[in-house]
Design a protein around this ligand. Structure first.
Ligand SMILES: [Mg+2]
Length: 182
């Protein structure tokens, strides 16, 4: 039996946005306000937790895959201590200009790979993101519920829910995530 997931963008959702740059080391990674509680709400409701992130800094040579893996291992360690670790981590590290890349947002590929790996029901899943490409990725993958952080409508990709920042995310998800019957 497949279960739904809540997909999370990373920069600007799980951690404070590095702006135009990249989080290149763990010291630069700062959890966004309320995000750990939001992840725990989803976990306790029975939803899988999946990270889907673009990390072009690897493709640009600003950081190595090992650097990225180290940041994610430390992130997972911290989240696990709070019962909120991700079940799957998916990162597109390609250059935006790479003509052979098939995974970069708004491609649905990362969500589809997660669905295959973790037996997820995309049609009952949610996504939390802070950019058009996040919301469009969800739409392309058939993920119907989207929470957009930061940008209020009108924005190019209007989500089903909008929040000014992550502080109210746990409350919104606690109220809106349909309870799972299984
Ligand atoms: Mg983002």
């Amino acid at each position: 039996m497949s279960r739904p997931a809540v997909f999370f963008d990373r920069d600007g959702v799980v951690n404070v946005s590095p702006g135009a740059g990249y989080v290149l080391r763990w010291a630069d990674f700062e959890f966004a306000p309320g995000i750990v509680e939001a992840l725990r709400v989803c976990r306790e409701a029975g939803y899988a937790l999946v990270l889907a992130t673009s990390q072009q800094g690897v493709g640009k040579g600003l950081m190595s895959q090992t650097d990225l893996d180290d940041i994610h291992a430390r992130m997972q360690e911290r989240l696990a201590a709070d019962g909120a670790a991700f079940d799957g981590l998916y990162a597109c590290t390609c250059l935006a200009s790479d003509p052979d890349c098939t995974c970069r947002k708004p491609s649905p590929e990362m969500l589809q790979r997660a669905a295959a790996d973790l037996h997820l029901d995309l049609g009952r899943s949610w996504l939390v993101g802070d950019a058009d490409r996040d919301i469009l990725m969800a739409r392309h993958a058939g993920v119907p519920h989207t929470v957009r952080i930061g940008d209020e409508p009108p924005c190019a990709a209007v989500a089903t829910h909008h929040l000014p920042d992550t502080t109210g995310l746990a409350t919104l998800l606690a109220a809106e995530l349909p309870p799972l019957t299984q």
